[in-house]
Ligand binder design. Structure first.
Ligand SMILES: [Zn+2]
Length: 246
């Protein structure tokens, strides 16, 4: 993947995961009205029209990925991740931080869970699916930890603020989940072996590739933004970063 230095925003670099997933995020009014529309955010929204951008900040041996928008209608983590990116722009980071705030801009634009009819968290094991391209890019970039941020509604699955992880074959997944749980109070949901209950979750496919990963969930209605949910998601992200000493 080709990364380009972006002038005017510190040491920011940007590349594209794909060029077939673009969308007008600003058409999703729930998202638009909660974004701080500064120069960087406007730049980001323009880039999302053409595909799925990935941003790179900092420099260090640990390379981590902050991912959101795998489900386009789970809005709080996507808004929180834009806030996080804005915060990290001019920071001196001892870790290489990759950020994908909108995994599927088209799905976010349409406020839909699926992208072109596909659940991206059940298809990342399928070659050349959008989420497979994300996992493969993470692997190629040498990313060694992944946080995938979602939201969940009451009476859905899991329906509680939680962190998914597994103990094998990437045991650090479980350690990261426990760290976030301890600082946030989010419930740990853990499986003995990644991907044993269903196939194709980004977290599981990463763990199976020996890239320790967690899926963080906050409570919010789907296709809307529950009160306090953006803050909860943002704090889960900070806790994930804190695990790596950021
Ligand atoms: Zn989700």
């Amino acid at each position: 993947m080709h990364f380009e230095k972006i002038e005017g925003f510190g040491n920011l670099e940007m590349g594209y995961i794909s060029d077939f997933s673009g969308g007008f995020i600003s058409r999703n009014t729930h998202v638009l009205k909660r974004l701080e529309l500064n120069r960087f955010t406007q730049f980001l929204l323009e880039k999302c029209v053409h595909g799925t951008p990935i941003f790179k900040l900092g420099e260090g041996n640990n390379k981590i990925l902050m991912l959101s928008g795998i489900h386009g209608n789970e809005l709080p983590p996507q808004i929180a991740n834009v806030r996080l990116l804005n915060d990290l722009l001019f920071m001196d980071l001892n870790t290489t931080v990759y950020v994908i705030p909108f995994a599927a801009p088209k799905a976010t634009m349409n406020n839909e869970r699926v992208f072109n009819g596909m659940d991206l968290n059940r298809s990342s094991h399928i070659k050349n699916s959008l989420s497979n391209l994300i996992v493969e890019s993470a692997h190629d970039l040498g990313i060694n930890f992944v946080g995938d941020f979602h939201s969940t509604a009451y009476n859905s699955n899991p329906g509680i603020e939680s962190v998914f992880s597994s103990k094998s074959p990437s045991p650090e997944s479980y350690l990261m989940a426990n760290y976030i749980s301890k600082s946030m109070g989010s419930e740990v949901i853990s499986f003995d072996y990644a991907g044993s209950s269903y196939k194709g979750a980004v977290e599981d496919v990463c763990n199976l590739k020996r890239i320790p990963a967690v899926t963080c969930e906050v409570l919010s209605p789907f296709a809307a933004v529950g009160e306090g949910s953006v803050d909860r998601s943002y704090w889960q992200m900070l806790s994930f970063l804190e695990y790596f000493g950021i």
